[in-house]
Design a protein around this ligand. Sequence first.
Ligand code: NDP
Length: 373
Amino acid sequence: MNSRRDFLQKLAASAAALPFLSAHHAFGNTELPHATAQDPTLRVALMGLGGYASRVAEAIQSCKRTKITGLISGTPAKLADWGTRFGVPETSRYNYENFDRIKDNPNIDAVYVITPNALHHDQVIRVAKAGKHAICEKPMALNAIEGQEMVDACTKAGVKLLVGYRMHFEPKTVEVVRMRAAGEFGAIKFFQGQCGFRIGDPTQWRLDKDLAGGGALMDIGVYAINGSRYMIGEEPVWVTAQETKTDPVKFKEGVDETILFQLGFPSGAVASCLSTYSMGYLDRFFLNGEKGFAEMQPSTGYGPIKGRTNKGELTQPHVTHQTLQMDAMAGIILDGNTPPVPVDGHEGLKDLKIIDAIYRACATGTKQELNLS
Ligand code: NDP
């Protein structure tokens, strides 16, 4: 192993440990526990070998306690290629018809579902029925009814359901959450989340309502929804929203191009967010409190995340997000660790309830009350 890779792995291991300190040590200056090669390893099957799964698979190569032991794909050539590349034997390669057989595979602890949004619900429920833990990409499902069914299925099967919220482990984000929780910004008054990019190929599944479940809000707006909750540290109680569309050919009925939404929180704090598929360079969080502020740009991309607070630049080192995430998730699944910002199915369900309410607010033009308990 070359020294740079060794250094990066050490960095990943120590940063991965960050979210798992006990409540007492959580944000103090105590020595950090390190994930070590001796810790039990999470053996993961990847489902849906597309663009994001490629990124996750590469990131897992630098993990201390996660490895790829299974593959599930509808494309036989990918199974062969990825199988060779990541050392997954033919006996642990499956397709969408036969993957229920993972229940008989003792080398798989969890399945990471990385398919188009509309497939998550059925696939996670099948994973749970096979007795394996499920990690599901965002958005967890198409709506809260589906999300609740997934949570219930995993509870019934006695397996964990986690959502791929990689920002919950990103060191600069974790530091801002720590500062906010410690009261360093004073009472929080305002959050702004702007999330968007210019989407290309009009034939991709992200622009097909049947597979995507919606448009930019499901895909990228969810970062502003989720971010408003962990940055403010409260659950919203109301939402208002407005939709605009400049290209009704590309963004067909049910596929949102741009949505502005506003959230109200019990303390009186408010959030103002923008989700779009038609503006570039939109990846910015701003948090304002009575005693200080935090601003991050980029705030949710693959990084490096950049940001500063009223106390100065955020200097935590960049580590590949998915490496941190997967080792952290190994700790959650295998050791029962509790991260400071939850990543479980209930967390995903709350975001789905907000998404449902935003679409209702757009359709009706009225303020929607939220009850996320
Ligand atoms: P891709 O289109 O790149 O890959 C999706 C893969 O799913 C395909 O390659 C295919 O793999 C499989 N698949 C199964 N059925 C279908 C179908 N009907 N149509 C298309 N693909 C199908 O998508 P992404 O990897 O970008 O996104 C997948 C999920 O990951 C989404 O939920 C997305 O929101 C999420 N994501 C999360 C990110 C994050 O930062 N957390 C970033 C990007 C995406 P195969 O051929 O192996 O069956």
